[in-house]
Write a protein that binds this ligand. Structure first.
Ligand SMILES: *[C@@H]1O[C@H](CO)[C@@H](O)[C@H](O)[C@H]1NC(C)=O
Ligand SMILES: *[C@@H]1O[C@H](CO)[C@@H](O)[C@H](O)[C@H]1NC(C)=O
Length: 531
């Protein structure tokens, strides 16, 4: 009975599509995401997967065969059934055209890549262990957070299970082993891991997945998971800055990791597979910090799959994106997604400059080591003060003892702090004092060489001191963390994407702002602000 119906199905398809074939032997195939209406599934099929594989088989039988670089036939990549009904498959244009004529077909669009968005926060949010939100939610103890990202580093202190009770009985997920990851790495905190890369392999079957497991190789996934639900990790700091006990906002919640982003690629087909599995496994909410650049709502798979998750009672929390501050720059702006913007807290990182005359000035620094710039000569020289020329800088006498002042206004031609610090480094100078108010400076990707960034007003004081002193000197200390009561906080980060959602202007988004702007590491800017 079944095979007869399958045969009819093929015949029908053949009949519908014969007119369009013109004996092409080579047809480039792509992966498509295909939405189907399950209520129209012919009842000969025992389950949805059977329907999907029979559909591909009948297309294979009815469309004249063709080969491309990687595929000699259409191929099913994933079947989806929890966040929406459908599949992903490698198809040629003719095969897609044939598919469109089959009963139950709703829509199809090409698989596409997805881009990632990027210790004191709980105090800043006034979360208190003895009263309010934290105790009344048991620190999130019964909540399972599905983190869809680039995996996890299971050895991190944030993912140990000290103090965690038994895993909730309703959890249905697995701890899937793979490269450098075995089942003993899951515990009562990290209750499950899985990974999805068939979409990458469908795009290019010759790719070798270098970390074929849920292990994180970029840090993005571990970072996001720890912000959401990391356990208490004592003695954490960023190279001496922000010391304290790191913890997630829900430190007792459980983490289930669904890795769909690999260094070899990040595809929608894998993302949907991850979300489909998370909902099937019984997560309570999904955290995802990825998005698409301006695509229509009907092709926005995160939005469509999140709708399906919401219908099953799973909240999807997603980052607004880091393409601010332009109006309408956000992703994930559908009404059913909790869309999160990124803000600054009141915490600042600093280095303190002490001039030979005793004047102390606090500037911004993230130089990751203890002080060793002590009573060093300081020079200010108009011809090299833009710190643009490594050659001029290297002619400074006694460079290894000398601090140079760089006071070039960075935004004039885009020549800014990163190049200045690079040149100071190459010229082997002792340290730099950078006079700048360019906001981009504070989002610099690294602070690899000793120095502090000082505002223009204080910069003038330093220059006056250097000009008027016979032997000006300075000492710089690093690794200082302080709470800035003067600068308003929380404040929306400049990079945080703004609403409204371009797919529907009538809905105000983002929904909430959360601390998520780390004034160091551009990497974190690329990260998700929410998690
Ligand atoms: C998993 O890997 C760890 C570290 O390599 C090892 O200590 C442990 O015995 C392994 N567990 C299993 C079940 O193989
Ligand atoms: C993948 O690995 C195999 C075996 O090591 C190698 O022959 C092949 O060239 C690699 N492919 C790519 C795309 O790097």
């Amino acid at each position: 009975m079944e095979s007869r119906m399958g045969f009819h199905y093929s015949l029908q398809l053949l009949f519908l599509s014969t007119h369009m074939f013109c004996f092409i032997a080579i047809a480039q195939r792509s992966t498509y995401i295909v939405h189907l209406d399950k209520s129209l599934m012919p009842n000969v099929f025992t389950d949805h997967h059977h329907w999907h594989s029979s559909t591909i088989d009948s297309i294979k039988a009815s469309v004249p065969s063709s080969v491309d670089r990687f595929h000699s036939a259409p191929k099913l990549v994933y079947s989806y059934d929890h966040v929406f009904h459908g599949f992903s498959a490698v198809l040629s244009k003719d095969e897609l055209a044939a598919l469109k004529k089959l009963p139950g077909f709703v829509s199809a669009y090409k698989d596409r890549t997805v881009e990632p968005h990027t210790t004191h926060t709980s105090d800043f949010l006034k979360l208190n262990p003895s009263s309010g939100l934290w105790p009344s939610s048991s620190l999130g103890q019964d909540v399972i957070v599905g983190v869809l990202d680039g995996g996890i580093w299971p050895e991190s202190a944030s993912f140990q299970d000290d103090g965690m009770p038994e895993i909730p009985k309703r959890w249905k997920g697995i701890c899937r082993p793979g490269t450098q990851f075995n089942t003993s790495m899951c515990n009562r905190k990290l209750i499950g891991v899985n990974y999805f890369n068939k979409g990458i392999l469908a795009d290019d079957p010759t790719v070798n997945i270098s970390m074929n497991s849920a292990r994180d190789t970029s840090g993005h996934g571990s970072h996001c998971a720890s912000i959401a639900a990391g356990n208490f990790a004592k003695g954490a700091s960023h190279f001496g800055y922000a010391p304290g006990t790191a913890k997630g906002v829900a430190p007792r919640a459980r983490i289930a990791v669904y890795k769909f982003s690999f260094s070899e690629g990040t595809f929608t087909s894998d993302l949907i597979a991850a979300m489909d599995q998370a909902v099937a496994d019984g997560v309570d909410m999904i955290s995802i910090s990825y998005g698409y650049r301006f695509i229509p709502l009907y092709e926005d798979a995160i939005s469509i799959a999140s709708f399906g998750a919401m219908m099953k009672g799973v909240l999807v929390s997603a980052s607004a994106g880091n393409r601010g501050p332009g109006i309408g720059s956000l992703n994930n702006g559908s009404p059913w997604i909790l869309c999160v913007a990124a803000g600054h807290t009141d915490r600042r990182f600093a280095g303190t400059l002490t001039l030979g005359n005793g004047l102390k000035i606090r500037g911004w620094s993230l130089f990751p080591a203890r002080a060793f710039v002590r009573d060093s000569p300081v020079i200010y020289n108009k011809t090299l003060a833009d710190c643009k020329s490594e050659e001029l800088l290297s002619q400074v006498p006694d460079p290894e003892r000398t601090i140079v002042i760089c006071d070039y206004n960075a935004d004039e031609d885009g020549f800014g702090f990163p190049s200045q610090i690079f040149n100071i480094n190459r010229a082997r100078l002792k340290a730099g004092i950078f006079i700048s108010e360019d906001p981009a400076v504070f989002t610099s990707s690294s602070f690899s060489y000793p120095g502090v960034v000082i505002n223009k007003k204080e910069g003038k004081q330093i220059i006056n001191y250097v000009k008027s002193s016979a032997a000006p000197t300075a000492t710089i200390t690093f690794q200082e963390t302080y709470m800035d009561g003067e600068r308003p906080a929380p404040v929306l980060a400049r990079f945080s994407a703004r609403g409204p959602s371009s797919s529907y202007l009538g809905i105000a988004k983002p929904d909430i702002m959360a601390p998520g702007a780390h004034p160091w590491l551009l990497l974190m800017q690329l990260e998700l602000q929410q998690c």
